[in-house]
Design a protein around this ligand. Structure first.
Ligand code: PMP
Length: 298
């Protein structure tokens, strides 16, 4: 059976899942999204992702007829229909069909899409050897313009930063905020470790409040690693003992070099490896069961 996509309350074959060219998600990036992961028959941190999605919707003033509980059911049903135990879920909500102007009042019904598929994993080598990063000249959105805590369909400045990384021969780029403090990477949050203390920029500095970021903070507390949410600069990364980036798809990716400066020993550091092991462990054990019977096997 073809991949089934949830589209406005119905399930349709992948190739039939089409939206109008009048949709403001396409015309103006007027919408929000979420990326969620399923491991071992469970959806990891589903409630946290849905909370962020509904927060984003609230902020951009898009109303949908589905409650959070109904959305949760629809996500699980999409995974079940596609027989996915390990995979990725993409939720997209746009303001819907309107006319060619931006007037949101012309969009009478939001478009709701849920896609579930196998996940494209990062190469194992990235986890074993670590990544080399650069800085992008493109800054993260300022909160006063488009708050980066909204996971909106406007990713163009992140894409511009990604282009800079690729053009410079790197896999990823670090983005700064308008004041020059480190925010995050193009689709991952960033952490550094120095003298045993884990530091990540506060979300108000201009980062998305990553679900993985929050999980890592929680795991660090459990592991007894002191954690701070503080502003830092590129210099702090150069002199860090360890650095890593986090995201739903990436999980925890070690960083071994930034702009030619070797980070620590130039290999994934011990705390990074410890947190990755703890993360892999929690993702296979915790989560919302896709099938009812899974809940009995914990
Ligand atoms: N920052 C940005 C800009 C993102 O798009 C994402 C999501 N890929 C993240 C950070 C990481 O968030 P999460 O851990 O919730 O996937």
């Amino acid at each position: 059976m073809a991949v089934q996509v949830y589209l406005d309350g119905k399930y349709v074959d992948k190739d039939e899942a089409k939206i109008s060219v009048w949709d403001h998600g396409l015309l103006y990036g007027d919408g929000v999204f979420e990326g969620i992961r399923a491991y071992n028959g469970r959806v990891f941190r589903l409630d946290e992702h849905l909370r962020r999605l509904y927060d984003s919707l609230k902020s951009v003033h898009i109303k949908i007829p589905l409650s959070r509980a109904e959305m949760k059911k629809a996500v699980l049903q999409t995974l079940r229909l596609n027989a996915i135990r390990d995979g990725y879920v993409r939720l997209i909500i746009t303001r819907g069909k309107g006319d060619l102007g931006i007037d949101p009042r012309k969009c009478s019904k939001a478009t709701i899409i849920i896609m579930a598929d196998k996940i494209q994993l990062y190469p194992q080598e990235y986890y074993e050897k670590g990544l080399k990063l650069t800085f992008a000249s493109t800054r993260r959105n300022i909160s006063e313009a488009l708050n980066p805590r909204i996971k909106s369909l406007n990713y163009l400045n992140n894409i511009m930063a990604k282009i800079e990384a690729i053009e410079a021969g790197y896999q990823e780029a670090i983005m700064l905020n308008a004041q020059g403090f480190v925010c995050e990477c193009t689709t991952e949050n960033i952490f550094l470790i120095r003298d045993g203390i884990l530091t990540t920029p506060p979300v108000w500095a201009g980062a998305l409040e990553g679900v993985t970021r929050n999980t890592v903070i929680e795991l660090a507390r459990k592991e007894g690693i002191p954690i701070r949410e503080e502003l830092f600069t590129g210099h702090d990364i150069y002199i860090a003992d360890e650095c890593f980036i986090t995201g739903t798809g990436a999980e925890i990716l070690p960083v071994i070099e930034v702009c030619g400066r070797t980070i620590g020993e130039g290999v994934p550091g011990p705390s990074t490896r410890r947190l990755l092991a703890a993360y892999r462990d929690i993702t296979t054990r915790e989560g919302t069961p896709i099938h009812e019977k899974e809940s009995l096997t914990v």
